[in-house]
Design a protein around this ligand. Structure first.
Ligand SMILES: NC(=O)c1ccc[n+]([C@@H]2O[C@H](COP(=O)([O-])OP(=O)(O)OC[C@H]3O[C@@H](n4cnc5c(N)ncnc54)[C@H](O)[C@@H]3O)[C@@H](O)[C@H]2O)c1
Length: 349
């Protein structure tokens, strides 16, 4: 199994979780070569990888996972031992407005990677999946790896299809695979269209805080760093062909998260008490909005010894601080300037 001295391909490496994972691997695996691949769609931001330019164990490749020629050349150039596949179209709302690109990237892109992993006899392929493939829960119970696959949005359907292909490549071709399925992530570098950063930024800017439906949809939140350590545990110690749920037993109704963020921003920025909460605005519910997700991650915990390290109070307060301190990062996203960073990085090379 994957140890040190290996060469790791991380796809979707300029996105939220991919960039956190690359940073984590660079810190935790001093002997490994890390190849970070990303197509730099609207969600990919090279600024998330800033500081790694000078690390000679690190290489960034701008490529689309659907481009079999570009990927074939890369797999021939490098000898990967591990592929960690984060690249995806990831926003549920966008999948409702335009599902085609979700199928194309999340399903066909994964197939291109699986085919190359098979041909090049990659020691392990790790598919980053989501709890959303299991559909929606009632008020009780949690998803286990045995829960039926019942995706409800075009996004989750495309992710489920990708997971099925990964399973098929293990069964049919003997490719060593693991699939991880994680609950909702929060933390630094999350694109501001997602709930937690959107609410922080709107509080700072005094804009309405749009809350879907009655605000009582429940999500199970995990700090992105805990997701990274869980993925690493599954890559190192998970059994071939298995699925591992990831979660940190931390369920919150959306409205309660929004109220907590409002109160944190008020106290950290000196805004009057209640000023941010007054911005809450209920909006028409998302079509097909899943009511509740909750993950049972005992399998990963028992088999690998993984445990989440972040307490939610600390993690959320740290995240609010991160967005307050890194205002120029999100202002460049809002203005579109972040897209010039790749040219600045590679312009003189
Ligand atoms: N965010 C969550 O809470 C969460 C939870 C569970 C699982 N996941 C999964 O984790 C992965 C990463 O999610 P995220 O939140 O970091 O998403 P993100 O949107 O922030 O990042 C996705 C990255 O993939 C890149 N990408 C998109 N299409 C590509 C293509 N055709 N070729 C190469 N790169 C491409 C984008 O440029 C971006 O950098 C996804 O597979 C997602 O399904 C996310």
């Amino acid at each position: 199994m994957a140890g040190t001295g290996e060469s790791i391909l991380v796809t979707g490496a300029a996105g939220f979780i991919g960039s956190n994972h690359v940073q984590y691997l660079c810190e935790s695996r001093p002997d490994a070569r890390i190849v970070a691949l990303d197509a730099l769609t609207y969600a990919g931001n090279m600024e998330n990888l800033a500081g790694l330019e000078e690390n000679n164990r690190f290489r960034f490749v701008k490529a689309d996972i659907r481009n079999a020629d570009a990927l074939t050349a890369l797999f021939e150039e490098e000898s990967f031992s591990l592929v960690v596949h984060f690249a995806a179209e990831s926003h549920v709302d966008r999948s409702i407005m335009g599902p085609e690109v979700f199928v194309d990237v999340n399903v066909r892109g994964t197939l291109v990677l699986l085919e190359l992993a098979r041909k090049h006899k990659i020691a392990r392929f790790c598919q980053i999946g989501t709890d959303e493939v299991y559909g929606s829960l009632g008020p009780e119970g949690r998803f286990t790896e045995q829960s039926p696959i019942q995706p409800n949005s075009p996004y989750s359907a495309s992710k489920a299809a990708a997971d099925h292909l990964v399973r098929a490549y293990h069964h049919t071709f003997g490719l060593d695979t693991v699939i991880t399925r994680c609950s909702n992530n929060y933390g630094p570098y999350q694109f501001p269209e997602k709930l937690i950063p959107l609410m922080i930024l709107n509080c700072v800017e005094g804009k309405p805080l749009p809350v879907y439906g009655d605000g009582k949809n429940v999500r199970d939140w995990i700090h992105v760093r805990d997701h990274c350590t869980a993925v690493d545990a599954a890559c190192r110690k998970g059994r071939a062909g298995e699925v591992y749920n990831i979660g940190s037993d931390n369920e919150w109704a959306n409205i309660d998260i929004v109220k907590r963020i409002a109160s944190l921003v008020e106290s950290k920025t000196g805004k009057p008490r209640g000023a941010c909460e007054a911005l809450i605005s209920y909006v028409t519910d998302r079509p097909g909005h899943d009511r509740r997700y909750a993950m049972d991650s005992l399998k990963l915990r028992h088999e690998t010894g993984w445990m989440p390290a972040y307490d939610f109070d600390r993690g959320l307060a740290d995240t609010v601080d991160w967005y307050l301190v890194n205002e120029s990062w999100w202002r460049r996203i809002i203005s579109g300037e972040y897209r010039d960073y790749y040219d600045k990085w590679y312009g003189d090379r």
